[in-house]
Every structure is written in C-alpha cells, then in structure tokens.
Design a protein around this ligand. Structure first.
Ligand code: DUC
Ligand code: ZN
Ligand code: ZN
Length: 465
C-alpha cells in the first residue's frame, strides 16, 4: 500500500511505550507502523530523526464564540482551532450552551453550522444543559444518536441547574449511553461571599478567589459525587482545581465507582497568588486557580491516574473586557485562553522529568478519546486511526508570548513561560496544519467527529466500548 506521507526515523510515543518506528499515512489514515518502511516515488518523507512522533492532543474543553459574561469569547471557531493546531491539538470539544426551551438536537445543528464553516481542525461538542423541562430531557437521546453523548451541568451561574435536575440527568444518562459532566461549585456560598466582599469594598481580582475558595468547589465536588454514587452513574468532573475534590474523586474510584476528572494547565502551573498581580483579572476564571496545596494534590492525582484528562477550558476575552472589572471583580468575564498552550506545557513538564511523555500523551489525547467515545478515530498513533500527528522537538526552547500565538486574543496568561521542547509540526488527518511557527491549515477543513455512546461502568476506561 503506497503511502503518500512517511514519518521517518522518529520515536513514537504511546501511553505504554516509546519506540523507534516509521509511520506511514495514506490519505487521512495511519496505515502502517514499522521499522525501515520504504517511501514510494510519490511519498513525501517527513524527517523525524531526533524527534518524537505523538498523537495530536484532544482538548476536551473549549468555549469558542460563546456568549458569556456580557460579551462573546474572543476566538471564533476559526481562530480557536487555528490556535489549537499551532499547539499540537488536532481535535477540540466545544461547549454548546443550550437555549432555554431548545431541544438538544436543534442546539447541535445551530452550532455545527458555524463550526463546520470555520474550524480548521476536527471538533466535537458537549451540550451544556440549561433546560430539561417539558420533554426536553427526552431529546438527549437524539443528541446521543447524532454523536454528542456528553452533557455538562453547571451548579453555578444564573443558568445553573438545581440538584434535582442534576440528579435527573444522571439517572437518564445511564439509560441512553450519555455521560454527565459537572461544573462543581457551591452557588449559595459564591453568592453569599461575593455580596459580603463587595459590601466591604473588597473589589479586586483577589476577591474573585476569596469568594470561591477551596471549600466552595470541594463541597460541590463531594455533593456531585454523592449523587452519582447513589445512582451508580458515571460522572466526569470538569476543570477540577482543588485538593478536597481530588481526594473525593480518588476515594470514589477506589470504591469502584465510574467517577472521572479533568484538570487544566492553569491549575497545574499557577497558584491563587496570581490574583494579587496587577494583571490578576487576566487569570479570572471559574473555578479560580487555587493554593499550592491544591496544586500539589492535582499533580499527585494526575500521576496516580485519579485525574484522567487535562483540558484547557479555553474561554478567551480581550484585555479591554477584562478591565470591566477594575472596580468590581464580578464584572470580569470569567475565562482564559489556553488552547495553544496545553500540549506544549504538558510535554515540557514531561521533558523536564515531572511526568513521562507517555503520561502527557495519555492525559492530553488517549484518555480523552476513550472517555468521550472517539477512540476508533483519534487518540493514538495506531494503524487505522486518523493521521492526527505531532512531530515534537524536545531540544527546542520556546518562550510563550502572545505575539507568537495564533488565536485572536490580545494577551496570554502564559506570557514569558519558558518551555523545554515544542511541537515542530502538526498534521490533521494527514494534512500539514502547522510547522515551525506558521499555520498552513484551511478554514472549513475541520470535520465534526461523531462520538460513540458512552458506557462507563467502572473506574477503568476500557469498558467504554
Ligand atoms: N468557567 C470559566 O472560567 N469560563 C467559562 C465557563 C466556566 O465554567
Ligand atoms: Zn465550567
Ligand atoms: Zn468551561
């Protein structure tokens, strides 16, 4: 079978091993992996000597062109996926905010119209649940059939759901092959503490953290896990940022429950001290970045396998919008850009010896594909899967600057971060989309990825088949 692309002489990284091999691609697929594969007359050879060959990352958590915080996130599907491609991410899961009274299939069609015209790499969706009244709950099943089997409920914000609705979606998810994800924070406590600090004239970005400290998230994690356990339903905690929650996830998993968690690079790299900085507003996201003890607990849980995925919660706003909260932290739109930084940061941590490269691949790609039902296409360098491939140069040194990023946002919380190693090239289904600082992809080339129904019945990921 003549390959049209041959990645030659590199080391392939999987979750289990790192080995020297050539990777042959025909069209959009990886067709062969082996030593000394031969190039045909028409084969383009990518010289990977001295480089790592990795699966493209799958970012399980983005908010592109999303109306939020009085504005719209500053990366649309084109800018957000361009930025993803340039950081080695070849698939993003974007959140669709359901409108009140809107059936889920309609919400998917509404957003897919936009995404399919703009995305430069592949994408899928999670549905953010606002309304399950008047029969809308039953429209979840059709969404699963359309390839969107994951639903997020918010325990906070004005559109957050009640515990009853949360419980109802968990119960329903078991019947229809869906997975419920949760944004866990205690809404009452957030509202009480926010009002208290504002009334005391405490209005800086630091009080965003103080109004949502560790226990506000930890208590909600415990409660969410309690509902899931009572039903033996699978639960995925998004953007886990605190030690108490990490301990609760660990315990539930040890007891045999299908509880999963995602954390984000901003929680692994920064601490709540950033909110004391002059540019503290730029770091305002929810849940906020927590203290050093929480950060340590997140790394430990990640290394143990009790946190399975790393995703960005990419939710960018402009500096001018972040300034709305100069005198009142509640007016700062919540969210940070990060889609271009996740894989480079996690791989840099691997390159520094903090984790293995295998672990970085596992949490940024393979586990995401397994949990969300796209491991038939993505998540590993394996014959038969899509040729979503990153060539990684472990010797390169890279300092993050906003100028070097490829989204539409005018700042980055990662400004000045020094990374050891950097992606050299990214391929999306066999097409070059990034090489050495330049974007080569095409608007509209990204495709909607239909996920399989999700059946997670134990803490293991292999039962999702
Ligand atoms: N948190 C954020 O910081 N932004 C978007 C939504 C969310 O949950
Ligand atoms: Zn959230
Ligand atoms: Zn989010």
């Amino acid at each position: 079978m003549a390959a049209n692309l041959l990645f030659k002489g590199g080391k392939v990284v999987t979750t289990e091993s790192t080995y020297r091999a050539d990777v042959a691609v025909k069209g959009e697929k990886i067709v062969e992996i082996g030593t000394s594969l031969k190039a045909g007359a028409e084969t383009e050879v990518v010289d990977c000597r001295g480089k790592l060959v990795l699966p493209g990352a799958i970012d399980a958590h983005t908010h592109l062109a999303m109306p939020f915080g009085g504005t719209i996130t500053s990366d649309d599907y084109e800018a957000g996926t361009r930025s993803a491609a340039c950081g080695g991410t070849t698939t993003v899961f974007d959140f669709i905010l359901q409108d009140f009274k809107e059936p889920f299939p309609k919400a998917i069609k509404r957003r897919d119209k936009l995404a399919s015209e703009q995305a430069v790499v592949d994408y899928s969706f999670h549905l953010a649940v606002k309304d399950v009244s008047n029969g809308l709950l039953n429209t979840m099943e059709e969404a699963v059939a359309m390839g969107v089997p994951s639903f997020k409920v918010f325990m906070v914000y004005d559109f957050g759901v009640t515990d009853g609705v949360f419980y109802q979606t968990l119960e329903h998810s078991k019947k229809i092959g869906a997975l419920i994800a949760v944004h866990a924070e205690n809404n009452e406590m957030v509202n009480f503490l926010t009002a208290k600090y504002l009334s005391e004239g405490k209005t800086s970005a630091w009080y965003h953290y103080m109004s949502r400290p560790e226990f506000v998230e930890g208590e909600a994690d415990v409660r969410a896990i309690q509902w899931a356990k009572s039903l033996n339903a699978a639960l995925y905690i998004v953007h886990l940022a605190n030690a108490q929650g990490a301990a609760a996830v660990t315990q539930a998993r040890a007891e045999g429950y299908p509880v999963f968690a995602e954390t984000c690079p901003q929680y692994l790299n920064f601490t709540s001290d950033v909110y004391k900085r002059k540019d503290g507003a730029h770091f305002v996201c929810s849940p906020p970045i927590k203290n050093k003890a929480s950060q340590r607990a997140l790394w430990d849980a990640l290394k143990r396998g009790d946190i399975q995925t790393v995703a960005t919660d990419h939710c960018p706003f402009l500096k001018s919008e972040k300034k709305w909260g100069a005198k009142d932290f509640t007016k700062i739109p919540n969210g940070c850009a990060g889609v271009e930084n996740m894989y480079p940061y996690m791989l840099s941590e691997a390159n520094r010896g903090h984790i293995t490269f295998n672990k970085a691949v596992e949490v940024c790609s393979t586990n995401v594909a397994k949990i969300f039902g796209l491991d038939h296409l993505k998540g590993a360098i394996e014959a038969g899967r899509d040729a979503d491939i990153v060539v990684y140069d472990a010797k390169k040194r890279f300092t993050v600057t906003n100028r070097a990023m490829h989204g539409s946002t005018d700042h980055t919380i990662w400004e000045g971060a020094e990374l050891k190693g950097y992606p050299e090239a990214t391929y999306s289904r066999g097409n070059l989309v990034y090489r050495e600082g330049k974007f080569y992809g095409k608007k509209g080339a990204g495709r909607f990825i239909k996920c399989k129904p999700i059946k997670l019945t134990s803490p293991e990921l292999n039962d999702n088949k």
